[in-house]
Structure formats: structure tokens, C-alpha cells
Design a binder for this molecule. Structure first.
Ligand code: CO
Length: 136
């Protein structure tokens, strides 16, 4: 089996500073780390919810994909990330099945993970990420 679990759920929002207290105080989760991912123009905060993480995403520039998502949809669920030990195999399988890939090759995301996204028009509206490796 190549997909091992839902690794994390990405949530787009305007301000980590405003959102983190909700996750900490209202939900009782702990923020593992805050990390800026410069190439993707986002600042991320990770919370462990059991095995699955919640990834909060704040745009750091107008050109950020997250800024565009927020302008169009407002805050909310942005993507579902599936953890795999074979990201290239997953991409090839999806591509062979006729799914368009946003990333033909994995890029480096938060936590040093390799990540790649499928086109949401081919995934029934759910932006789907494959991720592997990294430090959690
Ligand atoms: Co993600």
C-alpha cells in the first residue's frame, strides 16, 4: 500500500496569530511549530490531532496561492494531504488515471517534506496533496 494515512488537513486563513488561540484554548491542541515556507509564500502552524496534523496556512504575499484561495473562498479547508512512502509512484498512478498534476515533480514543503498537488478540477473539488518524508 502506498498511501499510509491522512497526514494532515490544510486550512487557509488570514492570520495565524488570530487562529492559534482557537486551536490552543478552545480545542486544547498544542502548536508543534510555526514555519515560513518562502517558495510557497505561506506561514504554517502545525497541530497534532492524534496521528493526523492540522496545518494552518497564512499567506505572506499577494501572489501566494493561499491569498488567492482566501480571496475566492474565504477561510476554510484548503487541502487534504495523504502520506505516502512512494510519492513518485502515486503521481504516476494518478497521472495514468487521467488526473492532472499541479506538480509533475514533488516540491519541498513545510517540515522538509516532499509534497505534490493534484488538480482540484480532477479530484471532485478537494485539493489533494501527496506528501512523504520530513520530520513528522
Ligand atoms: Co499540506
Amino acid at each position: 500500500i502506498m498511501i499510509q494515512k491522512v497526514d494532515h488537513i490544510g486550512i487557509a486563513l488570514h492570520s495565524l496569530d488570530e487562529a492559534i488561540p482557537f486551536y490552543e484554548k478552545a480545542l486544547g491542541l498544542t502548536c508543534d511549530r510555526i514555519e515560513e515556507v518562502e517558495p510557497q509564500k505561506v506561514k504554517t502552524a502545525f497541530f497534532a490531532a492524534g496521528e493526523v496534523h492540522i496545518e494552518l496556512l497564512e499567506p505572506t504575499a499577494e501572489a501566494s496561492p493561499i491569498a488567492k484561495f482566501l480571496a475566492k473562498n474565504g477561510p476554510g479547508i484548503h487541502h487534504v494531504a495523504l502520506g505516502t512512502d512512494d510519492i513518485l509512484g502515486q503521481l504516476a498512478q494518478a497521472s495514468d488515471a487521467g488526473v492532472r498534476l499541479i506538480h509533475e515533480e514533488p516540491i519541498v514543503g513545510a517540515g522538509g517534506k516532499h509534497v505534490a498537488f493534484l488538480h482540484p478540477k480532477d479530484t471532485f473539488g478537494v485539493l489533494t496533496e501527496f506528501c512523504s518524508g520530513g520530520d513528522h
